[in-house]
Each structure stands twice: as structure tokens, then as C-alpha cells.
Write a protein that binds this ligand. Structure first.
Ligand SMILES: N[C@@H](CCC(=O)NCCCC(=O)O)C(=O)O
Length: 256
């Protein structure tokens, strides 16, 4: 149980249809990883950012956690004509995450961006995405296997080479295995991003933002899913939580 001083972290909602009505929701796995492993309290932010200033949220939180989602970033955000191969879309989430990440980086708030999140982080920096990467020459199939059990779909099974010093420091290792499940990936790397890890087929699996004032990491895989049992997944959430605590303590010290 976290105490009242635990850092608060903004998490964007996805817009999902439930009983014919739009709901703003976030998958539980991100929320429990935040609470139980990072030691931060997640606050789900509605994807209605036309109706409020996202800065009003960012002023009150100590970090931003961008979750994955089955939807894809709308290709118009990176200069590509949309097609059925890019669907499904969630343009309200696109707008919210753009504002959350832009504001977090400007304020020096710790930022952890997972799966769709790393793709959004790349697009925010002017990069592009490739779709249906399993159809491209020399690329592996990164999609989750069809299986009724969620734990099997999310099983840790891919090798990743950790190249960047920031991620190596967090993980304490250069070669790890991850659960990277996606059909899109970074194509052109965004300006100012640094590759931290890649898959054996060259797919970018993690990036950092070297110019950021605080922790800013994107991973294509799903550390949230086994954060309570897998040491490398846990290390990412702990590092994020630690950065949020430092941010919160620095704010408190500055206010004294
Ligand atoms: N749609 C993108 C991103 C994939 C992604 O974020 N998947 C997460 C699914 C929901 C979850 O468990 O978080 C792609 O396929 O590349």
C-alpha cells in the first residue's frame, strides 16, 4: 500500500466502445506495474484534450507513463496517407499523448513510453512508422501468437541487443529477452532520439531522449506485463519510479 506522499503519474486513456458508448480506459497491467513496482499512483487522463489544458494535469503529477494500445498513430501525424493497413485509429488518444509527452519533456517530468508509446514518442520527434513490418524483407514477425491465454501471448520470447548506455545502466545487461508484440515499428528515427536497443532484425526496440532534463525512455516491448516477476521488466519500472520520486522531492525542496 503506497502512502500519501507517493508520486502521481499521468496515464493516457484509450477510447474504447463499451455497450455502444465511448469509454476512456487504460489496461490494468500498466496501472498495477506503476503501483506495485514503480511505487507511483497512476491517474488516468481522459482523451478529451480539446476540452482542457493538459498543463493543468502536468502541473500536478510527477511523471508520465504512456501505455500501449491496439490502435495505431494516425499516419497523417507523420505525413503518410492513411489506409486500412494503418487502422484501427484513436485520434483523441493521439492528441492527448502528443500534449502529455510534449509537456513532460518541456517540464523535465520523467517519461516512460511503452509500445504504442515509443511509436508516439518517435512521431512527436518528427520520425515515421512502418506498418505490417512482418511483410518487409528480412524482418521477423513481431506480432503476438494467436493463443487463448493472455500470458502466452505476452510471453517473453524475443532477444534484444541493448546498445545504449542509459538502458544498459538500468538493466545491468546488454542482452535481454523481452515480450515485444507489435505490427508497426519506428521507420525513420525522430530527431534527437537515441537508439537504446534493437531486435536481431534491426527493428528499433528502445530509444531515449538525450536532450531531456530527466528520465525519458521509450520501449517497444511490454515491461508492464511481467513487471512483478521478471527482473528486467521490473528494473525499467523501478528506474521510472525512482526518477518520479527524485522529481517530486526536488519540487518539494524548491518550494521550501
Ligand atoms: N498498435 C501498435 C502498438 C501495439 C501496442 O501498443 N500493443 C499493446 C496492446 C494493448 C496492451 O496490452 O497494452 C502496433 O501494433 O505496432
Amino acid at each position: 500500500m503506497l502512502d500519501a506522499k507517493a508520486p502521481l503519474v499521468a496515464v493516457p486513456s484509450d477510447v474504447q466502445s463499451f455497450n455502444g458508448a465511448p469509454w476512456h480506459a487504460s489496461p490494468q497491467q500498466y496501472l498495477t506495474a506503476a503501483l506495485r513496482v514503480a511505487g507511483v499512483v497512476p491517474l488516468i487522463v481522459p482523451a478529451l484534450s480539446d476540452d482542457f489544458e493538459v498543463g493543468s494535469v502536468l502541473e500536478r503529477v510527477d511523471g508520465v507513463l504512456i501505455s500501449g494500445a491496439v490502435s495505431n498513430v494516425h499516419p497523417s501525424r507523420y505525413g503518410v496517407e492513411p489506409s486500412a493497413r494503418h487502422e484501427p485509429f484513436d485520434t483523441r488518444r493521439d492528441a492527448l499523448t502528443d500534449a502529455l509527452m510534449r509537456g513532460a519533456l518541456a517540464a523535465g517530468l520523467p517519461l516512460l513510453a511503452i509500445c504504442r508509446g515509443i511509436q508516439e514518442l518517435n512521431v512527436l520527434h518528427g520520425g515515421t512508422l512502418a506498418t505490417e513490418i512482418q511483410e518487409l524483407d528480412g524482418r521477423m514477425d513481431h506480432r503476438s501468437p494467436e493463443h487463448p491465454e493472455r500470458d502466452t501471448r505476452y510471453a517473453i520470447r524475443q532477444d534484444v541487443l541493448v546498445e545504449g548506455e542509459s538502458l544498459k545502466r538500468i538493466l545491468g545487461s546488454s542482452n535481454i529477452r523481452v515480450n515485444s508484440l507489435h505490427r508497426q515499428a519506428i521507420d525513420r528515427l525522430g530527431d534527437g532520439l537515441k537508439v537504446e536497443a534493437s531486435a536481431p532484425d534491426g527493428t528499433i526496440e528502445a530509444v531515449s531522449v538525450p536532450g531531456a532534463r530527466g528520465f525519458a525512455l521509450g520501449v517497444q516491448w511490454h515491461p508492464e506485463y511481467f513487471a512483478e516477476t521478471d527482473q528486467h521488466s521490473a528494473a525499467i519500472f523501478r528506474a521510472f519510479g525512482d526518477a518520479c520520486r527524485v522529481y517530486r522531492n526536488n519540487l518539494a525542496a524548491a518550494a521550501e
